[in-house]
Design a protein around this ligand. Structure first.
Ligand code: ZN
Length: 218
């Protein structure tokens, strides 16, 4: 339990370091945010596993940043659903890809702005799919200094069935580094609803500005 929490703290710290080469750029104090750590009653009951196939075009650093997002969601999901990353088979052409899709898998694909999924010019990533699986398209040439982990936290929210919440934090429609750096209660609640999970047994991020998933009136 303790080591898990420490890992998460490191994960969050890492995700912020890489996002901002220049210190002092962030609008929030990272050490003030942490995840709740409720006992996992679901582990014994056996949760569902959801496999995400990661495009081999992501380099080692990018795969790690995606892994950090999966790690945080697994902590939030607390054993009820487990996200399992797997490298996409090296030659996913034709039948193999179709087989993966039929099995209900999710594929995290690295594309650039020329890809048809990148038509919305403001999008950093797009998730297309349903309960039977789908694609998360990461439009890699649009990232600049933005944080892949934070964007993946948001996209995995979609994978798990959450929509956008204009008053939310992680699931706000527009990427905001000061809002979307961890999985707030509002995001956990949307996923709990979509996946039929007991929200009170899930974890979420707590810290300044995160008041139970509602934006304060200030
Ligand atoms: Zn979105």
């Amino acid at each position: 339990m303790v080591s898990g929490l420490v890992l998460l703290a490191i994960a969050i710290a890492l995700s912020l370091m890489a996002a901002d080469a220049a210190p002092g750029n962030l609008g929030y104090e990272t050490s003030l945010y942490r995840y709740t750590d409720k006992p996992s009653s679901a582990a014994a009951a056996g949760g569902r596993t959801l496999t995400l196939y990661i495009d081999r075009d992501f380099d080692a650093a990018e795969r790690e940043r995606i892994g950090l997002a999966l790690q945080q969601w697994n902590h939030v999901l607390n054993g009820f659903v487990r996200l399992h990353p797997s490298l996409l088979p090296s030659d996913p052409a034709g039948r193999t890809l179709a087989q993966l899709r039929r099995s209900g898998a999710w594929i995290v694909a690295k594309v650039d702005s020329r890809h048809s999924a990148a038509r919305d010019r403001s999008a950093l990533a797009i998730t297309i799919g349903n309960r039977g699986g789908g694609f998360v398209y990461v439009i890699a040439d649009r990232f600049g200094t933005r944080d892949l982990t934070a964007v993946m936290l948001h996209e995995i929210g979609h994978v798990l069935g959450a929509g956008h919440d204009p008053r939310g934090h992680l699931m706000a429609p527009v990427y905001d580094r000061n809002n979307g750096h961890c999985i707030d209660r509002g995001a956990a609640a949307m996923v709990a609803s979509a996946q039929h999970l007991p929200l009170n047994q899930l974890n979420w991020c707590v810290g300044p500005g995160l008041d139970g998933g509602r934006v304060s009136s200030r």
